[in-house]
Design a protein around this ligand. Sequence first.
Ligand SMILES: *Cc1c(COP(=O)(O)O)cnc(C)c1O
Length: 240
Amino acid sequence: MSAYIKSNLNKIHLRIAAACKRVGRDPTEVTLLPVTKTKPSSDIRKAFAVGENRFGENKVQEAKDKAEELEDLPIQWCMIGYLQTNKVRYVARFAAEVHSLDRIKLARELDKRLQHEGRSIDILVQVNTSNESQKYGLAPKEVLAFARELPNFSALNVKGLMTLALFSKDQDKVRPCFVRLRELRERLRQDGPDGLSWDTLSMGMSSDFEWAIEEGATEVRIGQAIFGHRPLTDSYYWPK
Ligand SMILES: *Cc1c(COP(=O)(O)O)cnc(C)c1O
């Protein structure tokens, strides 16, 4: 099993490099975020042993349990799923990053709890680029006004944008979601608040990460192509 995860990670790093090369990008511009939801802590140890030290988790309770089981390792936990405001006090203690900021109430609560802990964390703003009602995130047209509020929260180090594209095998339907996120970044760089950086574009998963890289992703979030198939359907994570 250890060899399985190691060899999958190798393959993904090679595919990331190849996708970069196709569009003339430097592979060091693209970070892999291994996503470990539903997978045991022992899998995370195996990935850590071959050089990964940031991991994405979707649910707070699961992430918190794993952070405790793996507290002997210097892991950066990234919360990439929908965050309920009442779970934020846990997140403020163990998470290094939140990639799913999508409302001011959540920003306010996170900032308050982080101030209380004497910490700050990296933040991505989640955008719903596919316009599907079951996906979380701000509508693209809401993002600029939202971004202008964020300098009020000094414990939130804003780094960029995150999205989930349309689930489809048709790249003509998927790519426009990635393009939308990239264009939003341009808009924010021009008209967004001073002092925040929008460099990170977290987009692309197991099924679509190569298209995302070709469209400018700086981070790809990959679970199943590294750790194997998940028994739970996606609707568990993106309920209707
Ligand atoms: C699970 C998940 C991923 C990774 O999906 P895979 O199909 O396992 O690659 C990416 N982003 C988010 C927000 C997720 O919850």
